[in-house]
Design a protein around this ligand. Structure first.
Ligand SMILES: Cc1cc2nc3c(=O)[nH]c(=O)nc-3n(C[C@H](O)[C@H](O)[C@H](O)COP(=O)(O)O)c2cc1C
Length: 234
C-alpha cells in the first residue's frame, strides 16, 4: 500500500482568525496549479487532524469525542506536488493519528466525482477535492437517533468550516458541495460499507483574489441597518 507521510502542520501563520473569517467565501474558479504537499497537509490537519497528543482530540469538536467522520483527498493528475515530484493521482484516505494519507484507489477520480456531483464544474477543475464521509453508527451507537440526525452533521460543519478558514488563510479557495448522488460517489471513491459521503470540498488556487472588506465598510453596512432598526423602534 502506498502511504505518504505528510509534512507536520504549521502551528503559526500570517493570517489571523479574524482575517480568515472576514475573507472566507465559497470559491468555485481555480487555476490549474497543483497544491503543494505542505498545503494539502495543512488542510487535512485543519479538517480533522490531531491537535492534542495526550488525548488524541482533534482540531474540530465532536460529540462524545467519537469522531464519526472519515476524510479523503481526491488528488487529480498533477494535482499535488511534493519534494519528490507530483503526487500519484488517486483517492487517498487520511490517517489523522499518523498524519499520513494512504492510497486507496489509483487514478484520477475527478471526472467520476464531477458526474456524481451533478456536473458541478469546480469538482472537475480543482486539483484536489477533500471528501468527508460519515460513519453514522459511531455516533448513533452512543446517542441513538439524535446522534444520527443531528450530532454527525454538527461535527461535519465544524470540520468543513476549518477547511474553509485554513484555505482562506493559505490563499487557497474551496466550496462545500452537498449536492451529489451518494451511491455514485461511493462507487467512484470505492468507499467501504457503512460510510456515507457527506461533503465534497474542491480546493485550489482562486482565479480572483479574496475580497476582504475595506476599513469602515462593515461599519457603514451596520450603520445603514441601524438607521432602519432605529426607525422601526420609534
Ligand atoms: C449544506 C451546504 C451545501 C452546499 N452545497 C453546495 C453545492 O452543492 N454546490 C455549490 O456550488 N455550493 C454549495 N454550497 C455553498 C453555498 O452555496 C454557499 O455557502 C452560499 O452561497 C454562501 O456563500 P459563501 O459560502 O461564499 O458565504 C453549499 C453550502 C452548504 C452549507
Amino acid at each position: 500500500m502506498t502511504v505518504i507521510f505528510l509534512p507536520p502542520p504549521r502551528l503559526r501563520g500570517a493570517v489571523s482568525v479574524e482575517e480568515a473569517l472576514a475573507r472566507r467565501r465559497s470559491v468555485r474558479d481555480f487555476s490549474d496549479e497543483p497544491l503543494a504537499l505542505e498545503e494539502l497537509s495543512q488542510l487535512l490537519w485543519a479538517a480533522y487532524g490531531v491537535s492534542d497528543p495526550r488525548s488524541g482530540f482533534r482540531t474540530a469538536p465532536s460529540a462524545g469525542a467519537l469522531y464519526p467522520l472519515e476524510v479523503y483527498a481526491v488528488v487529480g493528475e498533477r494535482g499535488a506536488v511534493g519534494a519528490g515530484g507530483f503526487v500519484q493521482a488517486g483517492v487517498y484516505h487520511y490517517d489523522a493519528r499518523a498524519h499520513a494519507v494512504e492510497l486507496r484507489r489509483p487514478g484520477d477520480a475527478r471526472a467520476g466525482l464531477y458526474r456524481a456531483s451533478l456536473e458541478q464544474p469546480w469538482v472537475l477543475r480543482a486539483p484536489v477535492s477533500i471528501v468527508f464521509t460519515a460513519v453514522y453508527e459511531r455516533t448513533a451507537a452512543v446517542y441513538g437517533e439524535r446522534g444520527r440526525v443531528r450530532y454527525v452533521h454538527a461535527d461535519l460543519g465544524h470540520a468543513a468550516q476549518n477547511v474553509y478558514l485554513q484555505a482562506a488563510a493559505l490563499g487557497l479557495g474551496t466550496v462545500a458541495v452537498g449536492a451529489f448522488r451518494d451511491e455514485e460517489v461511493r462507487e467512484v471513491l470505492g468507499l467501504p460499507r457503512g460510510e456515507t459521503p457527506v461533503y465534497i470540498m474542491p480546493v485550489g488556487r482562486p482565479l480572483s483574489p479574496y475580497r476582504q472588506p475595506a476599513e469602515g465598510e462593515l461599519e457603514e453596512y451596520f450603520e445603514a441597518h441601524r438607521r432602519r432598526a432605529r426607525a422601526a423602534a420609534r
